[in-house]
Ligand binder design. Sequence first.
Ligand SMILES: Cc1cc2nc3c(=O)[nH]c(=O)nc-3n(C[C@H](O)[C@H](O)[C@H](O)COP(=O)(O)O)c2cc1C
Ligand code: SF4
Ligand code: SF4
Length: 255
Amino acid sequence: MNKVAIVYFSGTGNTKYVADKMKSVIVRKGIEVDLINIEKDKINPKLYNKIIIGGPVYVERYPEILLRYLKENLSEYKGECMLYSTQASEGQTPVFQHAMKRIKKVNVSYFDYIPMPNNFYNFMFKHCSKEKEVQLIKEASEKAEKAALEFCEGKSKSYDMPNNRVFLADFAYKLTYPFLRDFLLRKLKVDESKCINCGLCVRSCPAKSIKIQPKLKINNKCTFCQRCIHSCPKNAFVYKDKPIIQYKPDRGEGK
Ligand SMILES: Cc1cc2nc3c(=O)[nH]c(=O)nc-3n(C[C@H](O)[C@H](O)[C@H](O)COP(=O)(O)O)c2cc1C
Ligand code: SF4
Ligand code: SF4
């Protein structure tokens, strides 16, 4: 058996983009690959001798939905795994250190982080220019392909993170994430003059936490993944009464 699974969660497409790149490069080497979107697909780990796992970084951690899936489905998996993150930060975050506490028994031999355009700029951080977006996507493609090939060739890659950084990240997450999310969500609204009631935001929410009738209501299961906001066909969401700038990268890869 020589078959690889790429298991991913992606709120707005970056992590899926990397998963697709990895799949293409591994397939070109003659190895069979299954893409497993955790929102739709259940994995049978016995079918694979290697598994690649990817997710975005949310306040220095993988989203809870991904961590839960890994714990439930891969805790007993004995083959080799790779972890990758997509993230706005151009440096390493404690995401892997935190994940490994949740999936202690999983044999991870390769770790890599892949900087990509930030999808959170309507709330925090900077919105990067089109040129920067194209450059990041090009570099992400190259890094993703290199990592996937090295992992399939049996190479290892470790990560290092001082303990105090991990501790601080943990502290910051627990202290801020739920409060920050609720605080920011209070200022998010749907402009009823734009909304066509298509229901896409409701159907595509990974946490099933959004209602728009009679008014926008998002419950505390929301992971703040940004999908509803960026995928609305009418760009009807407003934050602090201002229109949202949607994340629609052209995936031009700098060509
Ligand atoms: C709620 C939230 C928190 C985030 N926190 C971080 C962070 O702590 N560090 C970071 O580098 N990027 C952070 N980001 C940026 C995302 O990790 C990045 O844009 C990612 O590639 C999105 O992936 P996706 O399109 O697959 O969902 C955050 C994004 C969101 C939505
Ligand atoms: S996706 Fe946009 S247009 Fe469709 S129901 Fe949601 S807010 Fe309205
Ligand atoms: S309501 Fe929250 S979890 Fe659902 S799509 Fe929107 S941001 Fe993501």
